[in-house]
Ligand binder design. Structure first.
Ligand SMILES: NC(=O)c1ccc[n+]([C@@H]2O[C@H](COP(=O)([O-])OP(=O)(O)OC[C@H]3O[C@@H](n4cnc5c(N)ncnc54)[C@H](O)[C@@H]3O)[C@@H](O)[C@H]2O)c1
Length: 332
């Protein structure tokens, strides 16, 4: 077992939003790391119970990070580490529902930070978003110290807000916090849906022999990062001493064009319907995205391994294996 994983052996971990894509993969990694107990707190507003890995060490608690009674209960178990992943996800959802976005991503994080502070957790890791905090004007590659105040959606604003609250709890209460800035995460565990990411949705439409809708020209790029690399970086954020009080990009450091993703998905699934072009969404002003992972490499020892064209195959296998369940609960 890798050295950083050993640090979780025998420990109690709380993952908020643990039934989601990243949370379920984080749970799997912590099972392998032989954590004593993994408390998965999720209100299932955007996830399915069957996505939570089954293991004697996993305790699933259905509830909201906004509910003090539930929080008192999970924190009475005295988690050593808290991974705060629960969120109202993502851009379009926040444009459609800005108040819920603020409630969950703003008030939700204050509550989880406060309980973490009161119970003296070893580390609080926040799932921030590199796709949010840099805005659409930052120079490439995106580096940690270039934060934008000109953000394009309520979600981008509340992910930055989450970091600001983390900084407050770190500076004022000395709570050991780390912000992990994720970039375009994809992987098994993400159920397609109206507010979900492009890769599972392309896969879903391709499997239904529909043309893949590209909002824009297809030349737009994103820094797609496989969920196992994100999980490895997140776990490093939880234990590397020098990470405390800081923020790190977790990305693949590679730009991939949306058109290349669409073509690959159509090839993998044998979809004859091709591609259709739609107008770019009004809030979507980012044409290129590539992160620098120099800092995460130096401080955390973070090194992503999976190339997007390989990772996509794993997503396809997962969707095929779980097709019936996914068909029953895809939220379009
Ligand atoms: N997926 C990405 O590309 C990406 C990129 C940057 C940051 N992030 C962040 O990483 C985290 C995890 O993302 P994900 O892709 O797994 O998303 P996800 O939607 O699959 O996971 C979020 C989970 O939070 C749960 N949730 C929502 N409101 C809740 C509440 N009030 N109480 C408890 N649980 C609640 C949802 O049911 C869901 O299971 C989020 O904070 C997200 O903002 C994700």
């Amino acid at each position: 077992m890798k050295e950083y994983l050993q640090k979780y052996s025998g420990k109690k971990i709380l993952i908020t939003g643990g039934a989601g894509c990243i949370g379920s993969n984080l749970t799997k990694a912590l099972i392998k790391a032989e954590a004593d107990k993994i408390y998965v707190l999720d209100d299932l507003s955007a996830a399915e119970k069957w996505n939570v890995p089954l293991d004697p060490s996993v305790v699933f608690i259905k509830g909201s990070v906004l509910d003090d009674e539930v929080l008192r209960r999970v924190f009475s178990y005295r988690p050593d580490y808290v991974f705060h992943l629960a969120a109202h996800f993502a851009n379009q959802n926040s444009v459609d529902n800005p108040e819920t976005d603020l409630e969950v991503n703003g008030k939700g994080i204050i509550k989880v930070l406060q309980y973490s502070h009161l119970t003296g957790v070893n580390r609080f890791v926040f799932a921030s978003s590199g796709c949010s905090v840099y805005g659409s004007q930052a120079p490439l590659p995106l580096k940690e110290d270039f934060i934008s105040l000109h953000l394009d959606t309520p979600y981008q604003i509340t992910k930055l807000l989450g970091e600001l609250y983390c900084n407050f709890y770190y500076n004022y209460y000395k709570l050991p916090v780390v912000a992990a800035r994720y970039f375009n995460v994809y992987g098994p565990g993400e159920i397609p849906g109206a507010y979900r990411n492009v890769i599972p949705n392309f896969m879903y439409w391709a499997m239904h022999k529909q043309p893949l809708p590209i909002t824009g020209t297809g030349e737009e790029t994103r820094d797609f990062t496989f969920v196992e690399d994100i999980v490895a970086g997140t776990l490093l954020c939880g234990v590397v001493p020098e990470a405390v009080g800081d923020a790190f990009n977790l990305a693949s450091e590679t730009e991939t064009r949306i058109i290349d993703i669409a073509n690959k998905v159509n090839e993998l699934t044998g979809n004859p319907s091709g591609i259709t072009y739609r107008q770019r969404r009004d809030w979507d002003l980012i044409t290129r995205r590539r992160a620098s992972i120099e800092k995460a490499g130096k401080v955390l020892g973070y090194k992503p391994k999976v190339k997007v064209m390989d990772g996509i195959k794993t997503v396809y296998e997962w969707i095929q294996t779980n097709r019936d369940k996914i068909e029953a609960c895809a939220r379009f």
